[in-house]
Design a protein around this ligand. Structure first.
Ligand SMILES: Nc1ncnc2c1ncn2[C@@H]1O[C@H](COP(=O)(O)OP(=O)(O)O)[C@@H](O)[C@H]1O
Ligand SMILES: [Mg+2]
Length: 262
């Protein structure tokens, strides 16, 4: 199983949309995918028609055993999505109680890594939708993954948020064997606006190695897909947004091959 985290310490940049779009496209390519909703807001869980305020069991259950994960528990927590090849490890509002804990002291930093290790045989990919706060959950997401996708909204303030995320990553990398490779993905791009064009230029100058050369355009079909509770490619396989996400997936798969060889 390959594990990708989608993270940025800013909200509304397209993390959840990117996680679900990539999961749907991997499923379309025949892969079995587990999506992990580590955001206490539970947007991904809601997207697939489950109510994070009402769920009795969620990812939260995984954190209740002093850092150990009981055999079989992750599999029991899985919920269905609109795509039979995509399973969901749901969020619940209870996760918020963990979010502000200091990651170093609680001993809970590897709970998600251990949980996914139990699902190794059942899935080809795991995609983790991460919370915007730096705490136990973000640390878990980054510790469990082999590749990081950072969606960045193409507007001026976004660059600051990205710097914060890159600093967080540097901190996490100190306790990893190998640094976590990351790809910056410009999102919500509108070529008619100065802000989008200007920000894209700034991003390319600042992170020439890590930035994906494409961008995800503003596409209302992505919003419509979320309203319908379907993955973007199920909802409209030819929309501009899906075409862009397809190109992104191709790039990420190529990056993965480079990482495996290195
Ligand atoms: N490329 C896009 N075009 C249009 N709307 C988008 C696009 N990406 C995301 N959205 C919408 O913007 C909002 C925030 O996106 P979301 O993926 O939930 O961000 P995050 O998870 O970072 O908070 C959602 O309503 C989503 O449907
Ligand atoms: Mg989200």
């Amino acid at each position: 199983m390959r594990v990708w985290a989608v993270a940025n310490q800013k909200g509304g940049v397209g993390k959840t949309t990117t996680s679900i779009a990539l999961a749907g496209l991997l499923a379309e390519a025949g892969k079995r995918v587990v999506v992990v909703d580590l955001d206490p807001h539970g947007s991904m869980t809601s997207y697939f028609g489950h109510n994070p305020d009402a769920l009795e069991h969620s990812c939260y259950d995984l954190f209740l055993h002093k850092g150990q994960v009981p055999q079989g528990l992750p599999g029991q927590l899985l919920l269905p999505t609109s795509d039979e090849k995509v399973a969901l490890l749901p969020s619940s509002t209870a996760l918020a109680t963990l979010e502000r804990q200091s990651p170093g002291q609680s001993g809970l930093g590897l709970v998600i890594a251990k949980s996914l290790a139990q699902l190794w045989q059942d899935f080809d990919y795991a995609i983790i939708d991460s919370p915007p706060l730096l705490g136990v959950l973000m640390v878990n997401a980054l510790a469990a993954s082999q590749q990081l996708v950072i969606p960045v909204q193409t507007e001026y303030l976004a660059v600051k948020g990205l710097e914060r995320m890159v600093n967080t990553l540097a901190m996490i990398n100190r306790s990893r064997k190998q640094p976590l490779p990351f790809s910056i993905v410009p999102t919500l791009f509108d070529r008619r606006t100065q802000a989008s064009m200007g920000t894209l230029r700034v991003l390319k100058d600042a992170y020439p190695e890590q930035i994906w050369q494409g961008y995800i355009p503003v596409d209302t079909r992505l919003r419509d897909a979320s309203r319908a509770g379907q993955t973007p490619s199920q909802f409209d396989a030819k929309s501009r947004g899906v075409v862009a996400y397809r190109a992104l997936l191709k790039h990420l798969l190529a990056q993965q091959l480079v990482a495996q060889v290195a």
